[in-house]
Design a protein around this ligand. Structure first.
Ligand SMILES: [Zn+2]
Length: 399
């Protein structure tokens, strides 16, 4: 996808020996194991389970639930299931990591349109801006929560940010509804995400965007309103959206807005200015968490291995536990820090402490390098993908 710049984009220093070493080791891993970098059967089974979970929750809500006692848990279940589709299905698809065939990736990526978000806008916002310019304020739109949250020391502090670590989670609850009802339409109308322009969709891209929105509004609101009174329908929609927004939001926050993860302002002093090499930038701005938790890793689609995802976005998440060991070993050889929190609880602490500190206008010291502490060989051997034999794919193209 080509893009048109409307803001100056930072430039990175030339490719480093660390990146060459990482690429070589990862290529060797796939060559020696005979595995495909794509998701294979593990991805397909998981995608089916996530979609079945969401469909079951939805159909029970629509045709069976008759009281708050049955509707509330089902609404929560639907929100979690839709988040699971986002983490595990659409994300790999839109990164072209799900399968070797483009149409399969488009199908997996298109599940985002079915659950309300535009995959076209997402690919620009996420694949281009967030993945390339991670944690660079003014370019990475994920770091921009408007005036409501101060997520980086370079952002203006307001008096109410003093309480942001307390109100962030409920605020994230509005994120999903705002995204599907407002943000995509604004992006389409303006031709911009944040400060960055993107080509407006045409042809099949536009049809997919509009068709997806119509489909989502029809199943999420239209059909329920035909069968049930408006108030319970709106309450169920609000609850599911809140669960979805909080779940998506917090998982992405734990990867980049934590103690020890760097954020920076885009360099503006000189067009010749260069940031550190791209791989080093990713390692400085991104964190892994809870690598031993198989259930969490399964549910969040490997997004607790964000470092591996950022370094190799076109490799399916089913391989990230194995890649994490490689990243750890290579970075250790090069003396480069890998930020890895051993547990979800540690990562949550590192996030909320940072938010509190940013609200008080101070920035805490970075977290310790936990490389190796969170990844155990035994745990990862269990988490390794089964030998899915497919034609080896092509390693990801990164900046
Ligand atoms: Zn991604």
């Amino acid at each position: 996808m080509s893009t048109t710049n409307s803001v100056a984009r930072p430039r990175f220093a030339a490719r480093s020996p660390l990146r060459t070493a990482l690429d070589r080791r990862v290529k060797a891993y796939f060559a020696e194991s005979g595995l495909s970098p794509h998701g294979g059967r593990r991805f397909a089974v998981k995608a089916g389970l996530m979609l079945a979970w969401a469909a079951t929750s939805y159909l029970l809500l629509l045709f069976w639930a008759s009281s708050p006692a049955s509707a509330i848990p089902l609404a929560v279940s639907l929100g979690l299931a839709v988040a699971g589709i986002g983490f595990s299905v659409m994300h790999d698809g839109n990164h072209r990591a799900a399968a070797g065939r483009p149409w399969l990736n488009r199908l997996a990526g298109g599940t985002l349109d079915a659950i309300g978000g535009s995959s076209y806008v997402w690919r620009h916002k996420h694949n281009v801006l967030h993945h390339t310019y991670t944690n660079i304020e003014g370019v990475d739109d994920d770091l921009d929560a408007g005036p409501f949250l101060r997520l980086a020391p370079t952002q203006r502090r307001r008096s109410f940010h003093r309480l942001q670590h307390l109100y962030e989670l409920p605020l994230l609850g509005f994120l999903a509804a705002k995204w599907v009802l407002l943000d995509d339409w604004l992006a389409l109308a303006r031709g911009k995400v944040g400060g960055s322009s993107f080509p407006r969709p045409r042809g099949s891209d536009l049809a997919q965007l509009l068709g997806g929105k119509l489909f989502f509004y029809a199943w999420a609101l239209g059909l329920p309103l035909v069968l049930h009174p408006p108030l319970p329908v709106l309450l169920v929609f609000a609850l599911s959206s809140a669960v979805l927004g909080m779940t998506l939001g917090i998982v992405f926050q734990l990867a980049h807005v934590v103690e020890g993860a760097q954020s920076l302002a885009a360099p503006t002093h000189s067009p010749e200015a260069r940031l550190q090499p791209w791989v080093e930038h990713q390692l400085a701005t991104t964190a892994d968490f809870a690598p031993r938790s198989r259930l969490l890793s399964w549910y969040v689609g490997g997004l607790n291995f964000q470092i591996e995802h950022h370094l190799f976005p076109r490799i399916s998440h089913v391989h990230y536990p194995a890649l994490a060991e490689i990243v750890c070993e290579v970075c250790e050889d090069f003396g480069v820090r890998v930020l890895r929190f051993a547990t979800l609880r540690e990562a949550l602490g590192a996030h909320f402490r940072l938010l509190a500190a940013l609200g008080r206008s101070s920035t805490p010291a970075g977290a310790e390098n936990a490389c190796g502490a969170g990844v155990g060989a035994a745990a990862d051997e269990r988490a390794l993908p089964p030998p899915v034999r497919e034609a080896p794919g092509v390693l990801p193209a990164t900046p």
